[in-house]
Write a protein that binds this ligand. Structure first.
Ligand SMILES: NC(=O)c1ccc[n+]([C@@H]2O[C@H](COP(=O)([O-])OP(=O)(O)OC[C@H]3O[C@@H](n4cnc5c(N)ncnc54)[C@H](O)[C@@H]3O)[C@@H](O)[C@H]2O)c1
Length: 350
């Protein structure tokens, strides 16, 4: 290893469809930024996803999980194929990784960037949705009885633990303290009173302790405000299902799936965190060279920030902003070249 060069081990899990196409661009840009900022990435390839499942029947074998645990971070493209039934990869790979690696925060920033056409121009839309990522309705509690009869009954139970809610709210409050000092709890406390009371009580306690302003909005009202008056939000903290839906709405208002980035975080750092564009494997455009890699690049920027490489993370963000401001690109290659050029210019200016 060269003297003075920091090394981060990153598992690259490209997955299926456009996943390998967009993460290849992100990976090259991370390497480019690293060369200038004194770090290198020791990339470890992870072959998981629909193609492996179809080939071998394996979703997340023990040795693959053990290898992921050894990484400092994971960069995921997307997994999914029309040949794999819905739920197989979601439950057997993605949700399992979230619980095995205790990725209890899903971080979804959404900012209306210069040059992005959208209905909310000039509204100051710049929010981060902090979604609880391991509990709620996604915990897998529930079941089916009397299957196949007219009395078939299906239940999904929302699991909310004090510890699970508190660690998520604490992360959001810390983020709010570093941003505008304001956190909004989004829930449906008037109907989901049991879980709602727990979330409300924890949010009030943590906000008071950390000296931040706490607002509250019911989830239906929050959807309306995100469209009509997004300036009222800065950091939103919410449960798994509400966060899943709200963050997609926020993505749609800030340029769509091609630009949306996310981090599945283990803020306690007992294992690696995982970063991925919000979009799926987009089989309809895979191989056409038209996938927008910006969401993957912005996810890589979140990853660098998490790894402590803040200057490099900021330059990746700025490169995306600059390319968007000058009209974006129409092909994956076009994006890659434009982003690389902008990143090089950031280096020249420094
Ligand atoms: N985290 C994940 O890995 C993840 C997330 C969502 C969906 N999926 C899987 O992906 C597969 C396809 O799902 P889907 O079609 O509902 O969602 P999708 O996000 O893959 O695609 C939705 C639409 O957006 C377009 N699109 C998505 N990303 C784009 C990009 N970067 N550039 C340009 N256009 C882009 C697609 O072409 C498609 O028309 C399914 O198998 C699904 O299960 C995986």
């Amino acid at each position: 290893m060269e003297a003075g060069v920091r090394t981060h081990v990153v598992a690259h899990l490209p997955g299926d469809g456009i996943g390998p196409e967009v993460t290849a661009v992100a990976r090259a840009l991370v390497d480019q930024a690293g060369a200038r900022h004194g770090f290198r990435i020791d990339w470890r390839d992870a072959d998981l996803g629909a193609q492996r499942y179809l080939r071998t029947g394996e979703l997340l074998p023990d040795d693959a999980l053990a290898a992921l645990r050894k990484a400092d971070a994971i960069l995921l493209g997307a997994v999914g194929s029309p040949s794999v039934p819905p739920g197989v990869l979601e439950r057997g790979l993605l949700l399992r990784l979230r619980s095995e690696l205790d990725l209890y925060v899903n971080l979804r920033p959404a900012r209306l960037r210069p040059g992005v056409a959208g209905p909310r121009q000039g509204t100051g839309l710049d929010v981060v949705v902090v979604r609880e990522n391991t509990e709620g309705l996604y915990a897998g509690a529930g079941g089916t009885v009397h299957a196949g009869t007219p009395f078939e009954a299906a239940t999904e139970e929302s699991l909310n633990t004090r510890a699970g809610v508190e660690r998520c709210v604490r992360y959001a409050a810390g983020l709010a303290a570093r941003r505008g000092g304001r956190m909004t709890l989004v829930h449906k406390t008037n109907v989901l009173t049991h879980a709602g009371r727990l979330w409300q009580r924890v949010a009030e306690e943590v906000a008071a302790e950390q000296g931040i302003v706490l607002d509250y909005a019911h989830v239906d009202a929050a959807c309306l405000y995100l469209v009509a008056d997004p300036g009222r939000f800065d950091v939103i903290v919410t449960d798994n299902l509400f966060g899943d839906i709200l963050s997609d709405l926020a993505a749609a208002l800030t340029g769509g799936l091609g630009l949306a980035a996310s981090g599945n975080l283990n803020p306690a750092r007992t294992g690696p965190s995982m970063f991925e564009p919000v979009h799926g494997s987009a089989p309809d455009i895979a191989g056409t060279g038209t996938a927008n890699p910006a969401g993957a690049v912005l996810s890589a920027a979140l990853m660098l920030d998490h790894l402590g490489e803040r200057a490099a993370a900021g330059e990746l963000e700025s490169a995306v902003d600059a390319v968007l401001a000058s009209g974006g690109a129409t092909s994956t290659r076009g994006w890659a070249d434009a982003l690389s050029t902008r990143l090089g210019q950031a280096g020249d200016r420094a």
